[in-house]
Write a protein that binds this ligand. Structure first.
Ligand SMILES: N[C@@H](CCC(=O)N[C@@H](CS)C(=O)NCC(=O)O)C(=O)O
Length: 237
């Protein structure tokens, strides 16, 4: 493949945002080159490709860079239309899915309230700050559990009865697949099967899908990273 036609992903192994893009590329069967970025020492190319946010993921296609995971997912969906589609065909269902995709990018009162932010801050703080993040996580998980129940019940299915993996599978799995690691660091259940049976069983089912198994987060490595960031943050706070 000529260099300019190649797909390159600048990512970082522990990032759920990068995982979203990797999963989408794999589902669509798009070959790509992975460039692992050191976020403490970003490459000049990353800074050149994403001068606004200076973050991963960045997808480079035909030599042209794109940033922001959800923007990239949309681009992948629109560009590779002959692979499995990530969004439902029916416009109403598609709009419903988009609503929940936006929920993962939720902004409230000018504050970004991503699941990832709450998870990360809950793992690197203690006391009141940690409690606040855990509380917010549970509030959002409740909304997601109820919303997904409504969505799937109204479509006469459960998430595990769907055909292809879709964009909601990608977001739920990328965000929550390592919940056991977060729970080990925080010392409390986050994706509690009693409280969130649909999300819990959904993640468990996704964990068995071959493409996701292949992309799974390395448990010990992630645990070590989170514990090390936590120790550093607690020492400096
Ligand atoms: N909204 C962005 C978030 C990306 C993001 O936060 N990436 C993190 C890694 S998980 C990053 O590159 N951090 C480096 C930094 O903030 O300097 C997306 O959806 O792509």
């Amino acid at each position: 493949m000529a260099e300019e036609h190649r797909v390159t992903l600048h990512g970082m192994w522990a990032s759920s945002f990068c995982k979203r893009v990797e999963v989408a590329l794999k589902i669509k069967g798009i070959p790509y080159k992975h460039v692992e970025e050191d976020l403490m020492n970003k490459s000049p190319l990353l800074l050149q490709y994403n001068p606004v946010y200076k973050k991963v993921p960045v997808l480079v296609h035909h030599g042209r860079p794109l940033s922001e995971s959800l923007v990239i997912l949309e681009y992948i969906e629109e560009t590779w239309r002959n692979g499995p589609m990530l969004l439902p065909e029916d416009p109403f269902k598609r709009a419903q899915v988009r609503f929940w995709v936006n929920f993962f990018q939720q902004v409230k009162f000018s504050q970004v309230q991503l699941f990832e932010n709450n998870i990360f801050y809950a793992t690197i703080t203690d006391g009141e700050e940690q409690e606040k993040n855990i509380k917010e996580l549970h509030e959002k998980l409740r909304l997601l559990e109820d919303g997904m129940n409504d969505y799937y019940v109204s479509n006469g299915k459960t998430p595990n009865e769907r055909g292809n993996l879709g964009v909601l599978d990608i977001l739920v799995w990328s965000t929550f697949a390592p919940h056991i690691v977060y729970e080990e660091v925080i010392g409390t259940k986050i994706v509690d099967p009693e409280k969130y049976p649909l999300i819990f069983s959904w993640i468990a089912a996704l964990d068995k899908v071959p493409v996701l198994k292949e992309l799974g987060y390395p448990h010990e490595k992630l645990l070590a990273l989170l514990l090390s960031v936590r120790n550093t943050m607690l020492k400096t706070s």
